[in-house]
Design a binder for this molecule. Structure first.
Ligand SMILES: C[S@@+](CC[C@H](N)C(=O)[O-])C[C@H]1O[C@@H](n2cnc3c(N)ncnc32)[C@H](O)[C@@H]1O
Length: 320
């Protein structure tokens, strides 16, 4: 966005703020620096689905469009009719919906929007309430990210801003806070929230596990982290993790000394000696198998281990 447009948009914000301070919530559009920091959560490859909340006059919309460079889909929801029309005129490639994010799920269903890879919010805390944050986790794809800015001065001191951050932390397993973007009026930070698999029992489970060598990871969204996690080792006795992976068509590499050795079959996994080198070699064996073939072999193998077999086996072992 050019500095001329930025200046004329600032002139639009002041009267809008005077008319509706709660929803406008700012006296100037986001700066290019803040807009770029917000748009950075949009995937840089593929055909992402992006949902933008409260585009205003389009400062963040412009940064998202630049990052997309013609890829994917971009839907923006704005409640101010003049600004919705302005953004639609400025960005014909964006699907602008005149509406209220209070009806987020309804709007996305009406427009047949895929699970979002990124939800980028230009709303300030005034638009927040618990239900809205909970809905975000339904709108996002499992690996999706929710980006929201917060004014740096308010983040630590203003109770609503603290409540907002607490709500994000309750509903997402990972909330990253950017360094302060000083080139914005006022300076702001960006929250990037990911990972929705924090179940309702997590807090209770964590309390019960206090003092035990247990780490709660929540939903792990990025592949390198998943790859670093240990495969089922010698202490895995039941094998559910392996059966679930096979049922999804994912081959399994496991310790040859573990009970999982009974579950892994030819073509759908490999057993490893308990050394780094052993696991590397076993993983290479699996990667050498054609992906389609190993996928089919994995799900066929999982079919051999239904719950009924587990229960029959357990009752037999108990002599029941
Ligand atoms: C702080 S301004 C941000 C505008 C723009 N994203 C930016 O960063 O310059 C907030 C915007 O959200 C819109 N908005 C506020 N509450 C909304 C709601 N419940 N539904 C849709 N839009 C809303 C306002 O009309 C305004 O355009």
């Amino acid at each position: 966005m050019t500095s001329k447009i930025l200046a004329s948009d600032t002139a639009r914000f002041v009267p809008a703020f005077v008319r509706d301070p709660v929803h406008t919530a700012a006296v100037a559009p986001s700066s290019p620096a803040l807009a770029a920091a917000m748009a950075a959560s949009v995937p840089g490859t593929g055909e992402p689905t992006v949902v933008e909340l409260g585009p205003g006059t389009g400062a963040i919309t412009a940064a998202i469009q630049r990052r997309l460079g013609g890829r994917g889909t971009h839907l923006a929801i704005e409640r101010n009719p003049q600004w919705a029309a302005l953004v639609q005129e400025r960005f014909p490639g964006v699907q602008v919906v005149l509406g209220d994010v209070a009806d987020l799920l309804g709007i996305l269903a009406d427009h047949d929007v895929d699970p979002a890879d990124a939800v980028v919010s230009g709303l300030t805390w005034a638009a927040y309430h618990g239900r809205f944050v909970a809905e975000l986790t339904e709108v996002l794809a499992p690996t999706g990210v929710f980006s929201q800015f917060a004014y740096a001065w308010a983040r630590r001191w203003a109770p609503p801003a603290r409540a907002e951050l607490a709500a994000l932390r309750r509903h997402f397993s990972d909330v990253a806070i950017s360094p302060t973007v000083w080139h914005n009026v006022p300076p702001a930070v960006v929250y990037n929230a990911r990972g929705r698999a924090v179940g309702p029992c997590r807090e209770a489970l964590q309390r019960r596990a206090t003092g035990l060598p247990v780490t709660f990871l929540g939903f792990v969204a990025d592949r390198p982290t998943v790859a670093r996690l240990p495969a089922p080792g010698p202490h895995e006795t039941f094998g559910l993790a392996a059966i679930e992976a096979l049922a999804c068509g994912t081959p399994v590499v496991a310790s040859a000394r573990s009970a999982v050795a009974e579950i892994v079959g030819p073509g759908c996994g490999a057993l490893a000696h308990d050394t780094e080198d052993g696991f590397v070699r076993a993983t290479r064996t699996v990667l050498d198998v054609d992906r389609q073939v190993s996928r089919q072999a994995a799900s066929a193998r999982a079919e051999l281990f239904p719950w009924s077999n587990a229960i029959d086996g357990m009752l037999a072992a108990l002599g029941a």
